[in-house]
Design a protein around this ligand. Structure first.
Ligand code: NAD
Length: 249
C-alpha cells in the first residue's frame, strides 16, 4: 500500500477499456485515493463505482481552462497527476486540416499543460508530486500505429513538456515522467478508424512484436503505479516504453 495517503487525479478515465481506468485501478490497488475525470463524466462515474470507496469521479474537459480549474478545486489536493486524456486520428498529412491538427494538439498536448498548471503550485508548496504523461511510441517514430502527423507531433510534444517539467520541478520534490505505450487494446483504434483497423493492427503486432502480443491496459497501469511510487523518487524526465519490444531507443 505504498500510495496510501496520496490523491491521484487521472484524466480521460471514462472509458471502460481505456488506459485511464486501468491506471486508476492500479493506483487504487497501491493504496491511493483516485479521482477519475473525463469529458464523459458518466463513464468516469461508472468506472469509479467499480473501483469502490477509494474512487470518485469528476467532469473535466482538458481543452477548457475553466473546466480544469473547476474540477481541480472540487478535487482539492492533488499529489499525483496522470495526463492521460487523448484522441487519435488517421489522416494523410496532405489531407490534414488545420482544425483537425488543432483539435488533436488541444487535447493531447495543451490539455496536459493546463492540468499541470492547475495542480503544480500545490505540489510545490507540499514539496512532493508525481506527474505522469501518457505519450506514445508514435511520438518517437513519427506515427506508425494508428495516429498520423498531428498525433505524432502531439505525443513528441508531450515528451518535451514532460522533460521540461522534470528539470524545473525537480527542486521542489516533484518528478515528471512519461509512458510511451505501443499498441494497447483499448478500442482507441476502433474509435479513430474502425474495428477492422484495430484487428489488423492487433494481428500485425502479435506476429511481429518480440513479446508476440498487443498490450493490455493493465500493462500501462503497472508502469504508472511504479512511477507514482515513493521508490521511483529518483527517476525523472524518463520516457518509459511499454510496447512489447516494437521500438527501442
Ligand atoms: N491504446 C493505445 O494503443 C495507445 C497507445 C499509445 C498512447 N495511447 C494514449 O493513451 C491515452 C489513453 O488512450 P486510450 O487508448 O485509453 O483511449 P480511450 O479512447 O479509451 O480513452 C481516452 C479517453 O479520453 C477522453 N477524452 C477525450 N477528449 C477529452 C477531453 N477533451 N477532456 C477529457 N477527456 C477526454 C475520452 O472520453 C476517453 O475516455 C491517450 O492519450 C492515447 O493517445 C494509447
Amino acid at each position: 500500500m505504498a500510495l496510501r495517503g496520496r490523491l491521484a487525479l487521472i484524466t480521460g478515465a471514462g472509458s471502460d477499456r481505456g488506459l485511464g481506468y486501468a491506471i486508476a485501478r492500479a493506483l487504487a490497488s497501491a493504496g491511493a485515493e483516485v479521482v477519475l475525470s473525463d469529458i464523459d463524466v458518466e463513464g468516469a462515474r461508472r468506472n469509479a463505482a467499480a473501483i469502490g470507496a477509494s474512487a470518485r469521479a469528476v467532469a473535466l474537459d482538458v481543452t477548457s481552462e475553466a473546466s480544469v480549474a473547476e474540477a481541480v478545486s472540487e478535487v482539492g489536493r492533488v499529489d499525483i497527476l496522470v495526463n492521460n486524456a487523448g484522441i487519435t486520428q488517421r489522416r494523410a498529412i496532405w489531407e490534414l486540416s488545420v482544425d483537425e491538427f488543432d483539435r488533436v494538439l488541444a487535447i493531447n498536448l495543451r490539455g496536459g499543460f493546463l492540468c499541470l498548471g492547475a495542480v503544480v503550485k500545490g505540489m510545490m508548496e507540499r514539496r512532493w508530486g508525481r506527474v505522469i504523461w501518457i505519450s506514445s511510441v508514435a511520438g518517437k517514430q513519427g506515427g506508425g500505429i494508428i495516429g498520423t502527423a498531428h498525433y505524432a507531433a502531439s505525443k513528441a510534444g508531450v515528451i518535451g513538456l514532460c522533460q521540461a517539467a522534470a528539470r524545473e520541478l525537480g527542486p521542489f520534490g516533484i518528478t515528471s515522467n512519461a509512458i510511451a505505450p505501443g499498441f494497447i487494446l483499448t478500442g482507441i483504434a476502433t474509435r479513430a478508424v474502425d474495428a477492422q483497423a484495430e484487428r489488423e493492427m492487433d494481428e500485425k503486432i502479435s506476429a511481429q512484436a518480440p513479446m508476440r502480443r498487443s498490450g493490455l491496459p493493465d500493462d500501462v497501469g503497472a508502469a504508472a503505479a511504479f512511477l507514482a511510487s515513493e521508490e521511483a523518487g529518483y527517476i525523472t524526465g524518463e520516457v518509459m516504453d511499454v510496447n512489447g519490444g516494437i521500438h527501442f531507443d
